[in-house]
Each structure stands twice: as structure tokens, then as C-alpha cells.
Design a protein around this ligand. Structure first.
Ligand code: UD1
Ligand code: CA
Length: 474
């Protein structure tokens, strides 16, 4: 007689006239990651500016999960410090296996109807793939749904064992697999949806009778199948999505996939990449259409770039706001703002808290720090502008230095509109150059230069006639 299959639709609460599902997520992140050969927690290693574990958390939140709990152990304090209270934590003091890890979060799943389990080392998982698993799980009313995929080289992964009708029987780990089982190419992605109540029940029945002496989360499958519950695996065709990071080589491999996904998204939105293979754009960056990104750029953090810009080769932008039609050549810009039509570089360094206006020229070997630069100003070459407020249409001669530091304190300098700063001027801060004032080349300015005046602050030239001839005769 055929055994009756026990269905389960998750524990539901009847709230305000409808059943409510509460989906929670667990991210396993307690393992040491020995093969990384690192002093840091494996899950804090970064892929394009975000730690591995952050990607798993983002994917879970992307399918509407509000509460995420991280199982921490190895370097737990570092992980908590990095992620703060955006998630909750359960401590796994000894890493006795993935099943044991989940047991540590029993209290967290108490009031859940569904639990998504992810690993902290699979950063390529997308919310679309998670949603696909979740939809399948709910539609089939499964007790467990496993996310699987077909891997050309399945070495190292748990194998999905099915009967000849394709019905899931169990997952067998590489180390426990028979020669025949090792041939299976459908692998466990380490991502699952569980009915919360049945997960708790199955965890209470886990043992560690296997080659590694660990409590395997994957053994919950045989346990619940044995009790007649529905368990299935759904394969994603995006096998990249579940690629795990266990070594530096895999970290680099995952970075390449992430880079390609991000760059392709921008290209689909109308951004030109001359060499997408050699351009690293972090996930939160926004780029307007018809902007051209030249080879070797790194665009990081919360950077937002407008339309029709050119980001010249080997430029690094970190947390920048760049408006439309800005042209940047081989420069480094950090935590600042650049307005429309401005040109920067080559070899300029814009340091934090700078506000650079419209149609400005910031030329070669110019450094700007914590300064406001008014529209139309030209700082063409070899100049340092730190802690200054510069008006509109100012012209800086070559080699100007704002002398902002007296050895103890930083001071601010103010330069009015249309001022003309002669070459090689030192502006000893705090000092003011008023509107339309000039400084003579080579001046060291220590006092206010009044509007419309010329300040000459250098020794007068004296010519000693025939001095050279006399010297020669000596
Ligand atoms: C696990 C699966 C395997 C699957 C693979 C997918 C088990 C038994 N095996 O194997 O079927 O193909 O993932 O990548 O589940 N962790 C803890 N505490 C522990 C052990 C592990 O938190 O005690 C965490 C690790 O930090 C890691 C994750 O769980 O983030 C997976 O552990 P790992 O040791 O990498 O498992 P695999 O051997 O890769
Ligand atoms: Ca792994």
C-alpha cells in the first residue's frame, strides 16, 4: 500500500482575518574557513566592497525576510562588530557541523512558520533564485526544499541522491559518498527552506554517525522523508548562484562573476564600458546613461555618477557624487561632490569633504581637501588647496600652496570671486584674498588682500651688475 504523503503548509497564525506566514532566515557563519589561510573570519572577506556574509543577508532581505539570525563562532566578535544590530546572533562555541549550527538558533525559529537557511560563504545567491525556491516550497507544501544545481565538477559538494523516478532520497557528503554516488552531478547548494516546526523536530533526531563526526543539517532530509513528509530539491540553472568561497582562488572567482553581473547591468542601462573585464564597480554604485567608463577604473561605495560623463582610465572613485558631463582623467576622488561640466585630472587627488562646482578645471597634480571651489574656477597644475573656500572664476597659477597647517591646527583660507593667484603663491592660513584681488607670483601671503588690489609679498629683485665676471677673476 502506498504511504500517504504528509503535507505541510507551515505554521500559520490567523491575524486580522487572514493567515500570516512568518519567514525567518538563518545564515551559517561560524566556521573557521581554514583554507582561506587568514587571520580574519572567512565571512568578512570582501567581494567588491561588501563582506561575503552581507550578500547572503541582502538576498534574504530581498525576499521579504525581516529577521535574520547569524550563527557565529570563529571570530564572532569581529563579525558582530561589522554587522552591528542589523541582524541577531546565535553563538556556536564549537563547530560540530551545519546541523549543530542550526540547533543553536532554536529560540530564534520558535515563532517562525518558515526558515530559510543560507551559508555565509555563498555571496552570489540572488533574491530571484531564493524567491524561486520559496515559491516552489510553498506551492508543493514541502517540509524541506533544497536548492540544488548541476555542476560539471561536483567535487567537494554534497550530492543529491534520487531514485530512478527522480524522487529525492537523501544528500550524501563527498566524504561519505560511494564511488557511484560521487558520479552524481546534482549538488546541494547549502541553501534550504524548512517548515519551522518540522525543522525543530528533525534537529532533535540528528546524530553524528558519519565520516566527519559532525551533525549534518542535510540528514534532516532522510529523517523527515522517513516520517512521510514531502521533501524535494529544486535545481537552479544559475549554478554560479551557489558557488561557495572556501579558498582565495574561489574568492577571486566569485569576484569575477560579481563584477560581470554588475557591469552587464550598467551596460543594459546605457553605460559604455571599454573593457568590462578590467573595470570594478561595487554593487551600490549608480551610473547615468551615455557615461563612458575607461579601462582599469574602480568605482566604489555609494558613488553616483551622472549622464554623459567620461571616467578616464585608472580612475578610482569612492563614495563620490558626480553630476552630468564631468570628465575625469586618471585620478583618485574620495567622499566628495563634483558638479556638471567639470574636468578633473590627469593625476588629481580629491580628498574627503570637497565640493567642486560647475565647469571647473582641476588639472594635473592638483590636490584638493575639505575645500569648496566655486563655478568656473581654474586650478590647472601642481597646486594644493586644503581647508579653503574658493569663489567663482578664480585662477590659480601653477604651484600654489594653501598653507593650512601650522604644526598644531588646521586653518581655513578664503578666496573671493575672480581673484587671480600668481604662480607659486603661498597662502598662509587663515588668510583672505578678496574679490578681484591679485597676488604676485612667488608671494607668501599672510595678511588679507583687499578687493581689487595686488599683493606683492616677496623680496624685490636686485641686479648686481658684472657680479659673475668679478667672481671669475677671483
Ligand atoms: C555544506 C553541505 C553540502 C553542500 C555545501 C554547499 C552539510 C553537511 N553539507 O558542505 O552538502 O554541498 O555546504 O556549499 O551541510 N558552519 C557553521 N558551523 C559548523 C559548520 C559549518 O556555522 O559547525 C557554516 C560554515 O561557516 C559555512 C557553512 O556552514 O558558512 C557551510 O559549512 P562548510 O563546512 O563550508 O560545509 P561544506 O562542507 O561546504
Ligand atoms: Ca562550504
Amino acid at each position: 500500500m502506498k504511504k500517504k504523503v504528509r503535507k505541510c503548509g507551515g505554521k500559520r497564525k490567523f491575524v486580522k482575518g487572514r493567515y500570516e506566514m512568518k519567514t525567518k532566515a538563518l545564515v551559517l557563519a561560524a566556521g573557521q574557513g581554514t583554507r582561506m589561510k587568514s587571520n580574519e573570519s572567512k565571512v568578512l572577506h570582501q567581494v567588491l566592497g561588501k563582506s561575503l556574509v552581507e550578500y547572503s543577508i541582502l538576498a534574504a532581505k530581498g525576499v521579504g525576510v525581516e529577521e535574520v539570525c547569524l550563527i557565529v563562532g570563529h571570530k564572532a566578535e569581529d563579525v558582530k562588530k561589522k554587522l552591528g544590530d542589523s541582524v541577531s546572533y546565535a553563538m556556536q562555541k564549537e563547530q560540530l557541523g551545519t546541523g549543530h549550527a542550526v540547533m543553536q538558533a532554536i529560540d530564534f525559529i520558535e515563532d517562525a512558520s518558515e526558515v530559510i537557511v543560507l551559508c555565509g560563504d555563498t555571496p552570489l545567491i540572488t533574491k530571484e533564485t531564493l524567491q524561486m525556491m520559496l515559491d516552489f516550497h510553498r506551492e508543493k507544501q514541502n517540509a524541506i526544499t533544497v536548492l540544488s544545481t548541476i555542476m560539471e565538477d561536483p567535487t567537494g559538494y554534497g550530492r543529491i541522491v534520487r531514485d530512478d523516478k527522480g524522487k529525492l532520497l537523501k544528500i550524501v557528503e563527498q566524504k561519505d559518498a560511494s564511488e557511484e554516488e560521487k558520479q552524481i552531478t546534482e549538488i546541494n547548494g547549502g541553501i534550504y527552506t524548512f517548515d519551522a516546526k518540522l525543522l525543530k523536530h528533525a534537529l532533535s533526531k540528528l546524530n553524528n554517525n558519519n565520516v566527519q563526526g559532525e551533525y549534518y543539517l542535510t540528514d534532516t532530509i532522510e529523517i523527515l522523508l522517513g516520517e512521510g513528509y514531502k521533501v524535494d530539491a529544486i535545481a537552479t540553472s544559475e549554478s554560479d548562484d551557489i558557488a561557495g568561497v572556501n579558498s582565495r582562488v574561489q574568492l577571486a572567482g566569485v569576484t569575477q562573476v560579481m563584477k560581470r553581473r554588475i557591469n552587464e547591468k550598467h551596460m543594459a542601462n546605457g553605460v559604455t564600458f571599454i573593457d568590462p573585464e578590467n573595470t570594478y564597480v561595487e554593487p551600490d554604485v549608480v551610473i547615468g546613461k551615455d557615461t563612458i567608463i575607461e579601462p582599469g577604473c574602480m568605482i566604489q561605495g555609494t558613488t553616483v555618477i551622472g549622464e554623459g560623463c567620461r571616467i578616464g582610465y585608472h580612475t578610482k572613485l569612492t563614495n563620490m557624487i558626480i553630476k552630468d558631463h564631468v570628465d575625469i582623467e586618471t585620478s583618485v576622488l574620495v567622499d566628495s561632490f563634483v558638479d556638471e561640466g567639470t574636468h578633473v585630472g590627469p593625476f588629481a587627488y580629491v580628498r574627503p569633504n570637497s565640493h567642486i562646482g560647475k565647469n571647473i578645471k582641476v588639472g594635473d597634480f592638483v590636490e584638493i581637501k575639505n575645500a569648496n571651489i566655486g563655478d568656473g574656477t581654474k586650478i590647472s597644475h601642481l597646486t594644493y588647496v586644503g581647508d579653503a573656500d574658493v569663489g567663482q572664476n578664480v585662477n590659480f597659477g601653477c604651484g600654489t600652496v594653501v598653507v593650512n597647517y601650522d604644526g598644531k591646527k588646521k586653518h581655513r583660507t578664503t578666496i573671493g570671486d575672480h581673484a587671480f593667484i600668481g604662480c607659486n603663491t603661498n597662502l598662509v592660513s587663515p588668510v583672505v584674498v578678496e574679490d578681484h584681488a591679485y597676488t604676485a607670483a612667488g608671494s607668501t601671503i599672510t595678511k588679507t588682500v583687499p578687493a581689487n588690489s595686488l599683493a606683492i609679498a616677496r623680496a624685490k629683485q636686485e641686479n648686481k651688475e658684472n657680479w659673475v665676471i668679478k667672481k671669475r677673476q677671483e
